[in-house]
Design a protein around this ligand. Structure first.
Ligand code: ADP
Ligand code: MG
Length: 285
């Protein structure tokens, strides 16, 4: 047997529980997956299926009951907070609501510059220059760098959230419903940015979404989660086009006309999903 290529992230037998005693709730139940460097895995599932809990375990906001989470050869589950610190910047999260996590008193460049300061960049000049570059990378105009979060639209705030994540120079970007709160045309723009970053910087993605259109646009592999357990797992093309499980079929029907995704390139999928959604909302208006 040939050895599989080393994974950047290798999660095996992950179990995460909330509460204790009779209140014990197993939110993630024996979940395993691997993401190679530069790869992109989607976790899909209905609300409450345990998707965010997996993300929280990875950044150790919750501690797994059992299982391993091997990141670049190190089991994150076993590290003490102190041992974890030097690794933290390598896994960055992009959340659904960036507003909640952006300090309202800071300007866009200051927000993006924060991780640079944390990583020891002492020159304000260099931090500001780097922050401006990152804001430019995510498509925000130079005129925006001094504005505060409340002066931006939801999509622009999400761009700031992505720029801040990039400032930490991560290897793995965990996007938890990062586009779910946005209008469809804005979703498409954010997905474009994420695919470009992946292509140009070799970033590795763990994408959590209930929208299979999003998944099809930026992921190679899909894992379907239900009540904390894996229902189905495989290449995105297979799972989205030929779902074996009834639950996956139902998820797919609820979010997307499969005709829209057949044989299209990611960029076109995004565009067609956006167009279809717009047509839908016009039709139902
Ligand atoms: P998803 O992201 O797929 O919607 P979550 O991972 O947020 O699902 O939640 C999975 C399950 O764990 C749900 O049943 C949820 O109610 C429960 N849960 C999530 N967070 C907590 C918590 N802090 N305490 C207790 N139960 C929780
Ligand atoms: Mg969630």
């Amino acid at each position: 047997m040939t050895e599989p290529a080393a994974a950047l992230l290798d999660v095996q037998g992950l179990v995460v529980e909330y509460g204790h005693g009779r209140e014990l709730h197993r939110a993630v139940d024996d979940v395993s997956f691997r993401i190679p460097p530069g790869g992109s895995l989607a976790i899909v599932g209905e609300s409450g299926s345990g998707k965010s809990t997996i993300a929280r375990a990875l950044v150790r906001l919750v501690r797994p009951a059992t299982g391993s989470m091997t990141f670049d050869g190190v089991d994150l589950a076993r590290l003490s907070p102190r041992e974890l610190r030097p690794l933290r910047h390598r896994i960055q999260m992009v959340f659904q609501d960036p507003y909640g996590s952006l300090d309202p008193h800071l300007s866009a460049w200051q927000i993006v510059a924060e991780p640079l300061a944390v990583r020891g960049e002492r020159s304000r000049q260099i931090r500001e220059r780097r922050a401006r570059e990152l804001l430019d990378t995510v498509g925000l105009p130079a005129s925006a760098v001094h504005r505060k979060p409340n002066e931006f639209s939801g999509g622009q705030r999400q761009r700031i959230g992505i720029a801040r994540a990039l400032a930490a120079e991560p290897d793995l970007l965990v996007c938890d419903e990062a586009t779910s709160a946005l209008d469809v045309s804005v979703q498409a723009q954010i997905l474009e940015i994420l695919s470009t970053l992946r292509r140009e910087r070799g970033l590795t993605y763990l994408v959590i979404s209930h929208n299979l259109g999003v998944v099809r646009a930026i992921c190679d592999e899909v894992l379907v989660l239900r009540n904390g357990r894996i229902v189905e797992q495989g290449p995105a093309e297979d799972v989205l086009h030929h779902p074996r499980d009834e639950y996956t079929q139902r998820l797919r029907r609820s979010v997307l006309d499969p005709a829209l995704i057949t044989g299209r390139k990611p960029r076109d999928v995004v565009r067609h999903v956006a167009a279809a959604r717009t047509a839908e909302s016009v039709a139902t208006a």
